[in-house]
Design a protein around this ligand. Structure first.
Ligand code: NAI
Ligand code: MG
Length: 372
C-alpha cells in the first residue's frame, strides 16, 4: 500500500492542465502516493446541481490531503440558467465549492507564500520573501448575509446600536447586510500559525494587517489576539498596520516584510497584491490547512480562455505541490522541488507566455522534472 492517499481534484479549465503538470513532477520525485480522483466543479453543478457532490467529501474523508486545480464560479442567476432542464426551477443555489470545502472541513488557515525567485522577469523586486496567513473560515466570508434584510434583524440593530438609526428610513428590500463575524478562537489561531511559521523558518517580524481604528470590534479583536500570541514569541517582533496603508507599503517597501497575518477579506486582498509582486497568478501557491486535513491549490482560477491549451504557467501549481510536501513532512522532497523550480526560473530557457516565452505548461513541468 502506498504511504499516502491524495485526493486528486483537477476541477475546471486550466485546473486540468496544471494538475497534469503536477503529476509529471510528483512522478519524478517518486512520492509514494496513491492519487484518488474526486469530482468537483462546474460540470457537476450543471448536471447534478452540486459542484461538490457528497461522494467527493466521502473520498476526502479517506485521504491524507487533497490537491486541487481550479474551479469556475458564476453569479447566482447565471449559474441557475446553466443547470440541465430537469434541475431548473427547483430553487438550487450555487455556492463556491472551495469556500464550502474550507468551511466544512474547517481548513482555518490559508497559507500563501510570495517569494521572488531570482531570474523571474516578472519580479517587482528580487528581494521579496513574504508569507501571508489569511484566516479562512470567518469574517465577511462567513456567509451570514441578508437581502432583503429581515425586519427582526434590522430591529435588533436598532435596539443594540444607535448607529443603525441613520438607516431607519431605508426600505428593508433596498439594503443588504453581510455580517463580519470574527471569533477569538480563529483570530488567535491565525496569529499563532503566523508566529509558529516565523519561528520555524526564521522570519523576524509578523505584521497584523487590520483596521482597528475604524472597524473597532472585529479588527480590534484580531489585533488584541495577535498581541496576546506575540507574547509567547519574544524573538519575533509584532508590527501592526492598517489594510489601506499596508497596500501602499507593500508597493513601496515589500522587502521589509516577512510574515503577514490577516482576517479573511483583508488577507484575500493582500495575498493577491503580494502574488503580483513576485510574478502574478502563475507563481501564487496556497494551502488551506486544518488541524488534520489540508487542501492545496494554486491561487489562480480556471482561466477559461486558456482551458485545455496547456499554455499557462504551472509554477503556481508546482509550488503548491511543494507546500503539500512540506505539510506531509516530506521536507527533503520539498527542498529538492523548490531548488528545481528555482533552477528552471533562474536559467530562463523554458518559459510560458506570461514570462515572455512560448513553452507549454507541460514543457515547463518537464524542465523541473529533469532537474530532479
Ligand atoms: P483566473 O485566475 O482564472 O484568470 C485570470 C487571468 O490570469 C487569466 O486569463 C490569465 O491571463 C491569468 N492566469 C491565471 N492563471 C495563470 C497561470 N497559471 N499562468 C499564467 N497566467 C495565468 O481568474 P478569472 O478569469 O477572474 O476567473 C476565471 C474563473 O475562475 C471564474 O469562474 C472564477 O470564478 C474562477 N476562480 C476560481 C478560483 C479557484 O478555483 N480557487 C480562484 C479565482 C477565480
Ligand atoms: Mg482572491
Amino acid at each position: 500500500m502506498a504511504k499516502y492517499k491524495i485526493a486528486w481534484m483537477p476541477g475546471d479549465g486550466i485546473g486540468v492542465d496544471v494538475m497534469d503538470a503536477a503529476r509529471i513532477v510528483l512522478d519524478a520525485l517518486k512520492l509514494d502516493a496513491e492519487y484518488i480522483p474526486a469530482d468537483i466543479g462546474w460540470e457537476f453543478w450543471c448536471s447534478e446541481g452540486d459542484p461538490l457532490p457528497q461522494r467527493t467529501l466521502d473520498t476526502l474523508a479517506h485521504t491524507d490531503c487533497a490537491l486541487f486545480g481550479a474551479i469556475t464560479s458564476k453569479p447566482k442567476e447565471e449559474a441557475a440558467a446553466e443547470l440541465i432542464p430537469e434541475l431548473q426551477g427547483k430553487g438550487l443555489v450555487y455556492t463556491s465549492p472551495i469556500v464550502r470545502l474550507r468551511q466544512t472541513l474547517n481548513l482555518h488557515t490559508n497559507l500563501r507564500p510570495c517569494k521572488a525567485y531570482p531570474g523571474n522577469p516578472l519580479n517587482y523586486r528580487d528581494d521579496i520573501d513574504i508569507v501571508v496567513f489569511r484566516e479562512n473560515t470567518e469574517d465577511l466570508y462567513s456567509g451570514i448575509e441578508f437581502h432583503p434584510v429581515p425586519a427582526a434583524v434590522f430591529d435588533a440593530f436598532l435596539q443594540h446600536s444607535p448607529k443603525a438609526r441613520r438607516f431607519a428610513d431605508v426600505p428593508l428590500e433596498q439594503m443588504a447586510v453581510s455580517v463580519r463575524l470574527v471569533t477569538e478562537k480563529a483570530a488567535r489561531n491565525i496569529a499563532t500559525q503566523g508566529f509558529e511559521y516565523a519561528k520555524k523558518f526564521g522570519y523576524k517580524t509578523v505584521t497584523i494587517v487590520e483596521k482597528p481604528n475604524v472597524i473597532r470590534e472585529t479588527s480590534g479583536l484580531m489585533v488584541r489576539m495577535a498581541r496576546q500570541v506575540a507574547k509567547n514569541y519574544p524573538g519575533i517582533e509584532l508590527w501592526e498596520t492598517n489594510i489601506d496603508a499596508m497596500c501602499m507599503w507593500l508597493v513601496k517597501n515589500p522587502q521589509n516584510y516577512g510574515v503577514l497575518v490577516a482576517s479573511n477579506m483583508f488577507g484575500d486582498i493582500i495575498s493577491d497584491l503580494c502574488a503580483q509582486l513576485v510574478g502574478g497568478l502563475g507563481f501564487a501557491s496556497s494551502g488551506n490547512i486544518g488541524d488534520h486535513y489540508a487542501v492545496f491549490e494554486p491561487t489562480h482560477g480556471s482561466a477559461p480562455k486558456y482551458a485545455g491549451q496547456y499554455k499557462t504557467n504551472p509554477m503556481a501549481m508546482l509550488l503548491t505541490v511543494k507546500l503539500m510536501l512540506d505539510w506531509l513532512g516530506e521536507l527533503d522532497m520539498a527542498v529538492r522541488l523548490e531548488k528545481a523550480i528555482a533552477g528552471v526560473i533562474e536559467e530562463g530557457k523554458v518559459r510560458t507566455y506570461d514570462m515572455g516565452g512560448t513553452h507549454s505548461t507541460l514543457e515547463m513541468a518537464e524542465a523541473v522534472a529533469q532537474k530532479l
